[in-house]
Design a protein around this ligand. Structure first.
Ligand SMILES: [Zn+2]
Length: 413
């Protein structure tokens, strides 16, 4: 098969006009101006004014919260929101349906892989089944009482030993956050990740209340944790900023994926860079809570590998990477369009350890997204303008179909 399109963006610094991509057995064998592609009997799909790019990668999702779309109010207080999410999780009966709904949105938004956080690990098998095979599902663990750490670790280890016989995507470990995981459990997770050679992901430096809680043990987050009896006896605040605290615990030596990081200062950004951590930055989720802080430029200046994620439908309108990139470009008009596209492609591939992702070149899998620009000419910068849309999302030469749910097919592939 040969895909023909007005424009191809294979990665930074290159734009191919009137281009072609030859695909054989799911792999790209040629990518060049269409006139230079060697021709045999292959079928040519002429996509006209489309723009072809490496398929997007969504660095942070909670697919199992997809049933919460539209059920949380924008501008909610973070602590209230945490409460409503915990309640929704406890009442969740239709987890698989919720995950399928999320996968459907991910594919519709042009992505072929996610970095998902899961309590039950169900998304690992469903992501595989529906074609998001390069995804990583991080198994979440919470536990603020040090006395519970060993029991939690034993349970976590068992989840990796028993895969339930179903094919699934790569697994990782996610100690939830600095305010919900004890120092003992953090260290134990890092040891387990090393033993089992698993990637790690941690929510960190998300809200001002997290920074206050770690520094002084006070504030709204303290009130919330007190109200649910989560603060163990004799607990003392570490008296440090979130990233410095994680570094002191030794967990940053595992170069975990750090999720959010909106509240970091320059010294923390430098630590993130020096430990080789990537950041999963979720700008629409940050805006959902109407936080004034935005550390994107600070992280980029420090040389941190920043990937974009949508976070869950409990704090975002969609799981579309195209929507997320558009939002970043609106918020940061000073960023060039290639920097924004890289955060959703090559940077996200690096963040999740997807070695063959985020670029289009001969020898790599044909993971491609086709975008219809809002208006002519089909320039890559137009992808980020209003009105552009995903035509299809392709994984290894096959168009991904969106999962069927009990409410029917969300949309045709
Ligand atoms: Zn999250």
């Amino acid at each position: 098969m040969i895909l023909k399109a007005e424009t191809i963006w294979p990665g930074r610094g290159r734009v191919i006009q009137d281009g072609g991509i030859k695909i054989e057995e799911g792999t790209i064998t040629e990518i060049a101006p269409f006139k230079d592609i060697t021709r045999g009997r292959e079928r040519v799909q002429d996509l006209g004014k489309a723009i072809l790019l490496p398929a997007f990668i969504n660095a942070h999702t909670h697919l199992d919260l997809s049933h919460m779309k539209g059920k949380t109010g924008k501008g909610s207080r973070f602590e209230q929101w945490l409460k409503s999410v915990a309640k929704a999780r406890a009442m969740m009966l239709l987890e698989s349906r919720s995950i399928r709904r999320g996968i459907s949105e991910v594919i519709a938004g042009g992505a072929t892989a996610v970095g998902d956080i899961s309590v039950s690990r169900k998304s690992a098998a469903l992501a595989y089944k529906h074609g998001l095979v390069d995804s990583v599902v991080f198994c979440e663990v919470l536990g603020f009482d040090p006395a519970d750490a060993q029991r939690k670790l034993d349970r976590l280890r068992a989840r990796f030993e028993d895969t339930g016989g179903k094919k699934h995507v790569r697994l990782g470990i996610s100690p939830h956050a600095t305010y919900s995981v004890s120092a003992e459990l953090f260290r134990g997770c890092a040891r387990l990740a090393k033993q089992l050679d698993l990637p790690m992901a941690i929510h960190a430096a998300e809200s001002p209340s997290e920074v206050e809680f770690l520094a002084t043990g006070t504030g709204k987050l303290r009130e919330l944790l007190d109200s649910v009896g989560m603060i163990p006896k004799n607990w003392q605040p570490p008296g440090k900023r979130p990233i410095h605290y994680l570094d002191e615990l030794g967990v940053l030596k595992r170069s975990p994926l750090l999720i959010h990081c909106y509240q970091v200062d320059e010294s923390e950004a430098a630590v993130i860079e020096s430990r080789g951590c990537s950041v999963a930055y979720c700008p629409r989720s940050n805006a959902f809570f109407r936080r004034p802080t935005d550390s994107l430029q600070l992280l980029l200046h420090a040389g941190v590998n920043v990937a974009l994620g949508t976070d869950s439908l409990a704090s975002n309108d969609s799981l579309s990477m195209l929507d997320e990139m558009r939002f970043v470009k609106q918020r940061h008009p000073e960023l060039d369009w290639e920097t924004v596209l890289e955060m959703a492609t090559v940077n996200a591939a690096q963040a999740l350890g997807i070695r063959q992702g985020g670029a289009l070149k001969a020898g790599l899998p044909a993971d491609i997204v086709a975008i219809k620009p809002a208006s002519a000419p089909a320039l890559p910068s137009q992808i980020l303008g209003e009105g552009s849309s995903v035509m299809f999302t392709m994984r290894a030469g096959h168009r991904l179909r969106r999962p069927v749910t009990s409410r029917g097919i969300f949309a045709k592939a």
